[in-house]
Write a protein that binds this ligand. Structure first.
Ligand code: FES
Ligand code: FES
Length: 163
């Protein structure tokens, strides 16, 4: 199989990978780069578990050709917060028991991050719409929606001034 070089930014770092022509970003992330935060569910664009952020928008990595990421800015769950820290969305999911098996969680969080980046004060309906492509088989969605709204509220608070 032919391999092609793809230069892109992955979690703020320049990346230069040789990928097989026709292979998916999902495969590159998990099989080549060992980034298992991106989950492989249906492989056909229906579950949302493989959601990553590309140039600020949510994309299904199972339907994205790796070679089409040339020059793009890709963020996976691993790039959301500095090592050892939690992004406010991750914290809110943990505090609000919004993850049970956790399989849908990375995709949910990345879809929610895209929403909050463009709309810091979403309505409940806007949250529901933002995660409508992400399937959760465990939670019934309510804790997830609540966690996203909680994270949004926290992110809107101005940083406390030092005395
Ligand atoms: S694995 Fe990509 S949408 Fe299910
Ligand atoms: S927590 Fe199990 S699929 Fe969502």
């Amino acid at each position: 199989m032919t391999k092609v070089a793809v230069e892109f930014t992955l979690n703020t770092r320049e990346q230069n990978e040789f990928v097989e022509t026709g292979s998916t970003l999902l495969s590159a992330l998990r099989d080549r780069l060992g980034l298992y935060g991106t989950k492989a569910g249906c492989h056909q664009g229906t579950c949302g578990a493989c959601t990553v952020i590309i140039d600020g928008e949510p994309h299904l990595s199972c339907l994205t050709l790796a070679e089409r990421c040339r020059g793009k800015d890709v963020t996976t769950l691993e790039g959301l917060a500095p090592a050892g820290a939690l992004h406010p969305l991750q914290q809110a999911f943990m505090d609000g028991f919004a993850a049970q098996c956790g399989f849908c969680t990375p995709g949910m969080i990345l879809a929610a991050k895209c929403l909050l980046d463009r709309n810091p004060d979403p309505t409940r309906d806007e949250v529901v719409d933002a995660i409508s492509g992400n399937i959760c088989r465990c939670t019934g969605y309510e804790p997830i929606i609540a966690a996203i709204l909680t994270a949004a509220q926290g992110l809107r608070k101005p940083a406390r001034k030092r005395a």
